[in-house]
Design a protein around this ligand. Sequence first.
Ligand SMILES: NC(=O)C1=CN([C@@H]2O[C@H](COP(=O)(O)OP(=O)(O)OC[C@H]3O[C@@H](n4cnc5c(N)ncnc54)[C@H](OP(=O)(O)O)[C@@H]3O)[C@@H](O)[C@H]2O)[C@@H](O)CC1
Ligand SMILES: Nc1ncnc2c1ncn2[C@@H]1O[C@H](COP(=O)(O)OP(=O)(O)O)[C@@H](O)[C@H]1O
Ligand SMILES: [K+]
Length: 490
Amino acid sequence: MLSILPGKKIAELDKSYAREVGISSWELMERAAESFVSWFLKGFSGVQEKVFIFSGPGNNGGDGLAIARLLSEKGFAVSVVLFSSKENSSVDWQVNFDKLPEGISRYQYPEIDFELASSAIIIDALFGVGINRALGGEYLEVVNTLNQLSGKKISIDIPSGLPSDSLVEGVAFLADMTVSFQFPKLSLLIPEHSKYVGDLHIADIGIPDSFLDQFGSNKSFVQASDIQKMHKRFDNFSHKGDFGRILLIGGRGGKVGAIILSTCSAMRTGSGLVHVWAEGASKDVIHISCCEAMVEGEKILDELDKFDALGIGPGLGEVPQDLLRNIFQSTGKPMVLDADALNVLSKHPELWDLIPKGSILTPHLKEFERLTGKSSHHFERLDKASEYAVQHKVYLVLKGAFTSISTPDGKQYFNSTGNKHMATAGSGDVLTGMITSFLGQGYDPLNASLCGVFHHGLAGEIASKTKARGMIATDIIESIPSSFLEMQID
Ligand SMILES: NC(=O)C1=CN([C@@H]2O[C@H](COP(=O)(O)OP(=O)(O)OC[C@H]3O[C@@H](n4cnc5c(N)ncnc54)[C@H](OP(=O)(O)O)[C@@H]3O)[C@@H](O)[C@H]2O)[C@@H](O)CC1
Ligand SMILES: Nc1ncnc2c1ncn2[C@@H]1O[C@H](COP(=O)(O)OP(=O)(O)O)[C@@H](O)[C@H]1O
Ligand SMILES: [K+]
């Protein structure tokens, strides 16, 4: 689990880590540069390619100079554009400046012809986490100019102009890709900053997770290796009863498809027994669409105790609040609440304290807004999500890119899988089926949420390799088994 530290803590982290392992701050910068370059070489191997690196006065600029040297050694035609004088730059910047090889072209801003840079790969090393005010003067001017260029643009650590923990003010560099060191800065994970960040890559600089943990952050970025450890192991004598019996409630009226998606995905996630509550003609449709599931009528609501987990909401439509109230009161077990179940909760806050403790709520942004009111930006939304989870002792899965999972003990986890092709009708219903399935298999609510969200995103990534923009929710379901195979979960 990568702790996400606030920008202000990073200088302290660097210093204490360098001291602990007995390396200099320059050596840490060198590791960062090497990690960037090894990522870069996977995507840009054409050694004839031109690279322009814009280097600011701090350590982000220092990273840029180290990267300039390393890329030049690999045969790239590298130019650096400098802004401050040597004596006004950070100590490690100066060391890397002195190490710049002869072959690198140097320009002192404003003496640069942007025509030359227009056909090059642009690397933004102006400012990193040390930015402390909006861009102005020549930095504003250069970022505005670079933003007009059409070549590939890459930011080191964070796009220049973005603060690491708050909303951008004014202008920032528009990167196609951002390579952030060790962990993503919080600011890289919010929708308002997506156009600046582009595709996000995390470059390991070798600081162990356990070392980051000492800084006591309540926010983490979830990795595949974390998820692998959370999975329950089943043995050779396991039978379907060990994989849980769940009940899914929803799919009324014209929305029977929603609960079918949840049902099929629960089966694919490994549930032993999946029951679905259904009304009238939808029973047959469910049977035909997912013959492995058992379809139940109204009476099943009197037998909730026999289920290991419930998932309520996909396609439920408008229902009287009593339906939820009765369910909450007849079982103390955590359950998954999505879609229309959340809409009932939004209209009836008096139900909030009846939600069984440890339940998992999975709103998308609109559903979350109905629940907690409008937010002026995502940082505020994340705070509200955390408050809600703590206050009502539930897990709040706020869906979108980098879905966040807020916990009753005030922690917040950010998912690292998924992509834009998952923004398609029904993909949230798939997630509900997956999380309910894990909960029913005996995963605790945190692990069920984290594993559900991670595998959902990974299945989406796998499906999108062949389906891309044409991907539909069913494709995600079909790729759930591949997500287990990829993670070697048997
Ligand atoms: N573990 C890690 O993550 C590692 C991190 N590393 C790297 O270090 C980076 C952080 O470096 P950093 O602390 O030197 O800050 P950085 O962002 O270069 O800028 C500070 C300078 O800018 C100035 N300044 C600020 N705002 C300004 C503005 N709007 N307009 C104009 N000037 C402005 C400010 O001076 P001021 O004017 O405030 O006196 C100061 O001179 C980090 O992002 C990563 O790339 C790696 O090297 C090693 C491992
Ligand atoms: N751009 C994106 N990147 C990653 N995941 C996404 C993106 N857009 C949507 N998703 C995921 O797809 C799902 C969409 O859920 P939701 O909006 O409830 O869909 P529906 O209501 O149609 O079922 C969520 O799990 C969300 O995290
Ligand atoms: K930068």
